[in-house]
Design a protein around this ligand. Structure first.
Ligand SMILES: CC(C)=CCC/C(C)=C/CC/C(C)=C/C=C/C(C)=C/C=C/C=C(C)/C=C/C=C(C)/C=C/C=C(C)/C=C/CC(C)(C)O
Ligand SMILES: C[S@@+](CC[C@H](N)C(=O)[O-])C[C@H]1O[C@@H](n2cnc3c(N)ncnc32)[C@H](O)[C@@H]1O
Length: 384
């Protein structure tokens, strides 16, 4: 695979150490040289007195403080979103008293929030007025991002006791937030599929943009998006390839709320757990599907996709992927814990996905360099 890390295999049931081919014994005293330095408070003091080293320790200190305070930063952002501060400032610049009246917050407390938001570079204070900063403007412009932030309290409640969470002693709320995974619940509540689909569809735009910049569909004869929700990804495909026939495969109650946005779009209702994947497409896409499911669902799904493709047909997988030997802040922290809280799936590294693909019979597995790994990564494979 191109652009490939030597990521660990987690294919067996036994978790392994990133970058290591297999389980290794504990090695007493094996601590990296720089780590040993960092372990010595006396050396911290000495470094503080050396101008060059002082810069390194201060930078490390700042980075560490960022990790320590990450939750508070997120909650400041959530408050900014809930009080619609960025939207208010998008229309005009406001003095604090007027903003306090508009948001209904006491001036003294709003001042603290605004100062925090300014430290996060979401807003800025100029000539007595609070203004929107470019980062705040970008934030409200990214499709689905505000809705994502507004649903984070569910995730944070699940992570409130990380010890109990990791021991598996809690019942994460997030597992119920996406009840489509459990099928019947979503079918009982028609509005539920629609709400979930809207959040997914909103956030899909950025994922689709990045995916389509990493793959070439010019030679495709028909693209089928499996687990395609209400068709947001195919909508982006249709914009770029207006002549390309498309098939949307998802659960019947999800397709019931999907809009037929193109005469070239076919609906294929079904469950990839229980039904075969229909044939007829030479390109099948799985966008943000695999990480929702355990290996016991993913392995048969890949085999069904393989069976549905013609020889030479292509599978495109797009989702946030774990970093493996090169741990990634977005994927190995946020998405890994997010999917663990969902209790049904997990993030996988490109290497793990490659191994699963090869087991299902795929060849020529490749991975274009991800444009924004925190949005998505892509793996392509071919049916030989
Ligand atoms: C030129 C100079 C010096 C200055 C210019 C200043 C200026 C104009 C700056 C603005 C620049 C600009 C245009 C910035 C644009 C920034 C963008 C596009 C930022 C995008 C950020 C996207 C983010 C943060 C995305 C976050 C995504 C999240 C949190 C996704 C979560 C997804 C989940 C939980 C999915 C779950 C799926 C499931 C359920 C697991 O299946
Ligand atoms: C995380 S969403 C991704 C949706 C879309 N691909 C996107 O990126 O926005 C997972 C999708 O898989 C669908 N799905 C889950 N289980 C399924 C099954 N057994 N058969 C077909 N689709 C399923 C869900 O309905 C949902 O639309």
């Amino acid at each position: 695979m191109t652009d490939q890390t030597s990521a660990p295999s987690l294919m067996g049931k036994q978790p392994q150490v990133p970058g290591q081919p297999g389980p290794v014994p504990v090695q007493p005293g094996r601590v990296n040289f720089f780590t040993r330095i960092a372990l010595s408070p006396r050396l911290h003091e000495i470094f503080e007195r050396m101008p060059l080293m002082r810069r390194v320790t201060r930078r490390e200190g700042e980075a560490l403080f960022d990790v320590v305070s990450g939750f508070v930063q997120s909650q400041v952002l959530l408050a900014v979103v809930e009080f619609r501060v960025l939207h208010i400032l998008a229309g005009a610049s406001w003095p604090l008293p007027a903003l306090a009246e508009r948001t209904g917050l006491p001036e003294t407390r709003l001042a603290v929030l605004m100062q925090a938001a300014a430290a996060l570079k979401l807003v800025k204070f100029r000539r007595g007025l609070w203004q929107l900063a470019p980062r705040g403007a970008a934030f409200i412009t990214v499709p689905g991002l505000e809705a994502m932030v507004r649903h984070h309290p569910v995730l944070y409640r699940d992570l409130a006791d990380p010890v109990a969470f990791l021991k598996g002693d809690t019942e994460p709320e997030l597992a119920g937030f996406w009840p489509y995974v459990f099928g019947p619940l979503a079918q009982e509540d028609a509005g539920l599929a629609e709400r979930y689909s809207q959040l997914m569809a909103d956030s899909q735009r950025v994922v689709a943009d990045d995916t389509l910049r990493m793959v070439d569909l010019r030679n495709a004869k028909r693209v089928m998006d499996v687990g395609g929700g209400t068709g947001a990804f195919l909508r982006s495909v249709a914009k770029q390839y207006p002549e390309l026939p498309l098939t949307l495969f998802d659960l019947p109650h999800v397709l019931a709320v999907a809009e037929r946005f193109s005469p070239k779009l076919d609906f294929a209702p079904g469950s990839f757990r229980d039904d075969p994947i229909p044939t007829g497409a030479d390109v099948i896409t799985l966008v943000r599907v695999l990480y929702d499911h355990p290996d016991s669902v993913v392995e048969p799904l890949l085999a069904k996709v393989h069976a549905a493709l013609p020889p030479g047909g292509r599978l495109i997988i797009s989702e946030a992927m774990a970093g493996g030997a090169k741990p990634d802040r977005a994927c190995d922290v946020y998405f890994a814990f997010y999917t663990m809280a969902m209790s049904s799936g997990r993030t996988r590294s490109p290497e793990e996905i490659k191994q699963m693909l090869e087991k299902a019979g795929f060849s020529k597995v490749s991975k274009p360099r991800a444009l924004r790994p925190f949005i998505t990564s892509v793996i392509e494979a071919e049916r030989g």
